[in-house]
Write a protein that binds this ligand. Structure first.
Ligand code: ADP
Ligand code: MG
Length: 400
């Protein structure tokens, strides 16, 4: 591995640091430490709000939450990634009551109580190796690590059904308390991710674990965090959503997924922009299907070309890429990637490239060189072996 690729901090190291901070702040050891990962979506972008599929993997990068119950009914939260701490009574945590990063944590506690979980007063300290704000879902990693800590504190055993409830709880926290529009993909993969598997999330169909082990074929997923963020972001997302709804309405279907299932043509849509938005959605659904087929036969070349085609569609038809994402993908391809695409909402954030493992370092260095030659902020690079979802990390500390 080359020097430009940042290795994910080992979970044990994150645990040691968060426990150290917890002891320094609260004068006692935490009762438990829980972790949840960031993610990248392999393919199926901007489909969630069109009832279409996505195929994320969990990253080795984790957010960890150390927690201990309190004698009173207050919640205190601190983060090694943020200055200051937050403290309030459990009854004062709802929408509008908490601002800033603590809203993600307070939101989980609030939504868990709304769901009937009897959360006691708690001290929570978090630490993370998920890059924040890079499109790698540090927000859901934070919510899900906290949600697991909340369950332990409330004496709730975490089985499959509880994990499904936590997806909903964390989604409510992000939408209603932190105020960020989000589907459910990030929370679902953070809680259901499995090592060497991607997770097929397809509307209301049961979740499907899809074997995803490119390392067996000498390949790796290289994540390129461009560190770019363009102001278009908020309005851009809402506009795309509205255009997709408009397209569905013009076609007389409830969602563009429905249009795909019925093999509808897009001719009735006269507006060129709206038609191109719909074309991205329909062709992307088809690409997810073809990727699943290719994966079932180990056809990594086809997987790579589908990543390229997904990027082209997101850039040309959906217009959610940006120069930095385009450059990261084209430079990675030029260095020998089998395929590359932007991942996440777009307008900045991260790209992924499927690369020969032994060339991951040189491809990353080449991409960095191209950015440097254009005087752009250098990207950060990470490897993304499909990793395990949310889990207890320090059961030795759990007292019951
Ligand atoms: P992404 O999820 O792609 O990283 P978001 O904008 O959805 O980007 O979420 C980032 C926000 O989540 C941060 O601005 C911060 O408020 C919160 N956050 C994420 N991780 C942490 C952390 N370890 N400590 C404190 N806040 C965090
Ligand atoms: Mg997020």
């Amino acid at each position: 591995m080359s020097g430009v690729i940042t290795a994910a901090e080992a979970p044990e190291r994150l645990v040691d640091l968060v426990v150290e901070r917890f002891v320094a702040l609260h004068g006692r050891a935490p009762e438990g430490v829980f972790g949840a990962p960031g993610r990248v979506n392999l393919i199926g972008e901007h489909l969630d709000y069109n009832d279409g599929p996505c195929l994320p993997i969990a990253l080795p990068n984790l957010t960890v939450a150390a927690a201990g119950r309190r004698a009173d009914s207050r919640l205190s939260v601190s983060s090694l990634q943020q200055d200051g701490s937050f403290e309030a009574d459990l009854n004062a945590l709802g929408p509008g009551a908490v601002a800033g990063w603590a809203a993600y944590v307070a939101g989980v506690v609030w939504a868990a109580r709304q769901k009937g979980i009897d959360v006691p007063g708690m001290d929570i300290v978090v630490h993370s190796s998920v890059p924040v704000g890079a499109g790698l879902s540090s927000s859901a990693a934070l919510e899900c690590a906290v949600a697991l800590a909340v369950c332990a504190a409330a004496g709730v055993e975490v089985d499959g059904q509880v994990r499904r409830d936590l997806v909903e709880i964390c989604g409510r926290a992000e939408r209603e308390v932190a105020g960020a529009p989000t589907g459910g993909m990030d929370q679902t993969i953070a809680l259901f991710g499995r090592k060497d598997h991607a997770l097929l999330i397809d509307g209301s169909a049961p979740l499907r674990q899809i074997p995803w082990h490119p390392e067996c074929a000498g390949l790796s997923v290289l994540v390129i965090d461009t560190r770019a963020s363009h102001a278009l972001n908020d309005g851009g997302y809402a506009t795309r959503r509205a255009q997709c709804e408009q397209a569905a309405e013009l076609l007389g279907v409830s969602s563009l997924r429905d249009a795909f299932d019925r093999s509808l043509r897009l001719d009735p849509i006269e507006d060129d922009v709206v038609r191109r938005r719909a074309r991205h959605v329909l062709t992307e659904i088809e690409r997810v299907r073809r990727a699943l087929d290719a994966l079932s036969t180990g056809d990594w070349r086809t997987v790579g070309s589908l990543l390229d085609a997904s990027h082209a569609s997101l850039a040309d038809d959906f217009e959610v890429s940006c120069p930095e994402l385009d450059l990261a993908c084209s430079a990675a391809r030029g260095g020998g990637a089998l395929g590359a695409r932007m991942t996440g909402g777009g307008f900045g954030g991260s790209a992924i490239a499927l690369v020969p493992s032994e060339r991951a370092g040189s491809i990353a260095a080449l991409v960095a060189g191209v950015f440097a030659s254009r005087r752009l902020v250098l990207p950060a690079f990470h490897l993304a072996p499909a990793s395990q979802g949310g889990r207890p990390l320090a059961p030795r500390l759990v007292s019951g």
